[in-house]
Design a protein around this ligand. Structure first.
Ligand code: ZN
Length: 310
């Protein structure tokens, strides 16, 4: 880190601490009322969802204490009763950290305290205050700040439950640059002549030095006569599609799907795989005449490819 970067980081940290101090000093937010009073249908649904078969809640008309957040849960519709209040300290702290580049959030821990059972029919409201912002801390997820808020639930003016809630607000690591390189070819003693040719934009076909048979892919022995005497010839660069696929999935580095890959029968008689450039599925069929072209990726790997013949 340079001196300037260190100074900038200190300024950002100071700004966050100052902002957090102001939010904390503002104290409790306005109380936000729940959408519905404590009610039996919600208690039954919650008990079913959690597999809690205790009959006493319904019999005595009280709610399971761990339901406390349920009674003031925000609605899905923006602006509906139950949404976050305008002075919500957690929202303000999140904005403060977002602006400083700490844009990701993960909840870390939560402690609830219940002062008494809630009874069916009671109206519950909640308020929040910021307890503190601590950081910056290095974590496995990235550098971040721990934000602790305290919720207090009220019936009238009586506090009935509290929750300390802590989140880590962190700066996500820079995404790795997208890979532009095709999977590099494996070059062996048998195939080096082919890749040497590709670099020269010359399509080479292996040729048996004993009987003259052509073969592709290259190999150590002639399949016609068994000789290991090898040479090569340069292909004319013309052929016809013997078979092909239109590749949609899975993703391949350096390629944007869909694209066409064809098994091309060269005029010389051997078959070779290659992408048909700038072609869609409608442009290619079995027998389509193609001509040789070349592609080169960012790492300098040159591959033969094809284009539909004009
Ligand atoms: Zn041979």
């Amino acid at each position: 880190m340079s001196v300037d970067e260190a100074t900038d980081a200190t300024a950002v940290a100071d700004r966050i601490r100052e902002g957090a101090r102001r939010i904390a000093e503002a104290g409790e937010s306005a109380r936000r009322a729940g959408r519905d009073p404590v009610n039996l249908p919600m208690i039954r649904s919650w008990q079913e969802a959690l597999g809690d078969e205790d009959p006493r809640y319904e019999a005595e008309g009280v709610a399971p204490p761990a339901m406390i957040q349920v009674w003031t849960m925000a609605g899905l519709v923006r602006g509906e009763k139950g949404g976050r209040s305008a002075d919500d300290p957690l929202g303000a702290t999140m904005r403060l950290l977002d602006e400083a580049g700490y844009t990701s959030v993960v909840a870390t821990n939560c402690t609830q305290t219940y002062h008494r059972y809630l009874r069916v029919g009671e109206e519950v409201a909640v308020s929040t205050r910021l307890e503190g912002v601590v950081g910056p801390k290095r974590t496995a997820l990235g550098e971040g700040w721990f934000v602790t808020t305290r919720n207090v639930w009220y019936v009238g003016d009586e506090p009935v439950a509290e929750m300390l809630f802590r989140v880590l607000k962190f700066r996500p690591p820079e995404p790795a640059p997208p890979r532009q390189t095709v999977v590099p070819p494996v070059v062996s003693r048998d195939t080096a002549f082919f890749w040497d040719g590709a670099r020269e934009r010359e399509l080479r076909i292996q040729r048996c030095a004993a009987c003259g048979a052509l073969r592709h892919p290259p190999g150590p022995l002639c399949t016609a006569c068994g000789s290991d005497e090898r040479g090569w010839v340069v292909a004319a660069g013309t052929g016809a599609v013997h078979s092909y696929v239109v590749h949609h999935h899975p993703p391949v580095p350096g390629r944007t799907p869909p694209y066409v890959v064809a098994l091309v029968e060269l005029t010389e008689g051997v078959r070779m795989l290659g992408e048909v450039l700038d072609a869609s599925s409608g442009d290619v069929s079995v027998g389509t005449q193609v001509v040789l072209d070349w592609t080169e990726d960012g790492a300098g790997v040159v591959l033969p490819a094809w284009r539909v013949a004009p």
